[in-house]
Design a protein around this ligand. Structure first.
Ligand code: GNR
Ligand code: NI
Length: 173
């Protein structure tokens, strides 16, 4: 089990665009495993490459509830093909923005296309928590965070809090 460090705001890597993965090789499989280990340990329901400083288009998720059997999902080079008109609002959090939670409105259903760990192309329709998680994780691959959907006032408040925390941490070290 290889747990990796999760980057938090204001790390610039969280704002960068991740690169497509060219081939699903042993290195990519190892990365997916490290990401799942890191996500389960956190614990979280999803994790994107950039959150551990791997600037690659890969995300992992597991939406199984406590007590259910694990249901790991790995998406390589994922793309959303279709968004529903209908939206849902739900509270989101992010392992890279610890201890902050806000309501976000997003399309309620998506169709996503991706390559799986066997190198197969998969198309899948998602709704509810999975649809939200897919959108949240795919945003990370383009340097987008859920706080970007809040009012400027709320977003700036969050950013300031983490900028200040980083300054204090630097001074202490
Ligand atoms: O663990 C997580 N929970 C969560 C809750 C609501 C909406 C999205 C998420 S994803 C988050 C883990 C994370 O930061 N993934 O990038
Ligand atoms: Ni996140």
């Amino acid at each position: 089990m290889a747990k990796r460090e999760i980057l938090v705001l204001p790390d610039a890597r969280l704002r960068a665009i991740a690169e497509p993965i060219e081939k699903v090789d042993a290195e990519v499989k190892k990365l997916a495993k490290d990401m799942l280990d890191t996500m389960y340990d956190a614990p979280g329901i999803g994790l994107a490459g950039p959150q551990i400083g791997e600037m690659k288009r890969i995300v992992v998720m597991d939406l199984a509830k406590e007590g259910e059997k694990p249901d790991p999902i790995v998406m390589i080079n994922p793309e959303i093909l279709k968004y529903s008109e209908e939206t849902i609002t739900s509270e989101e959090g992010c392992l890279s923005i610890p201890e902050i939670y806000y309501d976000v409105e997003r399309p309620a259903e998506v169709t996503v296309k991706y390559t799986d760990l066997d190198g197969n192309e998969v198309e899948r329709e998602a709704k509810d928590r999975l649809a939200i998680c897919i959108q949240h994780e795919l945003d990370h691959l383009d340097g987008v965070l859920y706080i970007d959907y809040l009012s400027r006032l709320k977003r700036d408040r969050v950013l300031k809090k983490f900028q200040k925390a980083e300054k204090l941490a630097k001074k202490a070290s």
